[in-house]
Design a binder for this molecule. Sequence first.
Ligand code: NAP
Length: 250
Amino acid sequence: MSTAPSPTRVQREPQLAGQTVVLIGGSAGIGRETARRAQAEGAEVILTGRDPERLEQAARELGALSTAAFDAADPDRLERFVADLPRPIDHVLVTAGGPYYAPLAEFDFERAHRAVDEHLWLALHLARASVGKVRPGGSLLFMSGTQGHRTVGLSLGAALIAAMPALIANLALEVAPVRVNLIAAGFVDTPLSASLLGDRLDERRDELRATLPIGRVVGPADVAALAVHLMANTALTGATYDVDGGQQLL
Ligand SMILES: NC(=O)c1ccc[n+]([C@@H]2O[C@H](COP(=O)([O-])OP(=O)(O)OC[C@H]3O[C@@H](n4cnc5c(N)ncnc54)[C@H](OP(=O)(O)O)[C@@H]3O)[C@@H](O)[C@H]2O)c1
């Protein structure tokens, strides 16, 4: 009689043991969930956001090392924050900033400029400020979207989605041996999605459950798992990683 082999339990070291992770936009959504996961992998976390109350609440719940409330699209404030960090940093994830959708006839150029500040300029300012602050082999991680196809109202959004992978690949060369990567997400079920969709949120979730190849909605934990992998895997730099449950195939 043969006996079935007993299952082997996989045991491993925490992936970010002893490391420090900065979450720029860490008080909600993907940033907050990545902070939680990075801590579970042994890291200490520093959180930023604009709303000080929401930030303090997240920091209390997570036991963050420290917090700083400021607008990350303000380059002087961002550079000062990085310069003042009290210790070498291992990884920075930027989840600050949101999308700007509007048909050309209704375009608000002030808001559009702000969207460019929050994505292109923020990435350049952060990358320059990080030299000498983020340790060699550490990483900078940015967010973008996968939904860059031609749709009325998406002119600027599509341009930014197209630009970000090129920017990130070049920054990876400029700041090496610090690594730089980009996460491109489809719909993620976060407070941002809730505020954009309002009372159409449940309908959108149902539609995605019915149509996405994965048969469920992508949540912040799915993106956080990818973010922590990109921090820990020191072979990865200059690349864009999609996480959208197959949304772009539809
Ligand atoms: N959710 C999606 O479906 C989706 C899809 C593709 C890409 N993305 C991108 O992924 C990123 C994170 O999205 P999310 O859904 O996690 O958003 P979220 O739920 O709104 O969380 C964003 C976090 O960033 C902070 N933040 C926003 N703007 C900031 C600024 N200018 N300076 C400092 N902190 C700022 C927010 O706090 P305060 O508001 O207090 O500052 C909050 O902590 C965004 O860039 C978003 O455009 C999201």
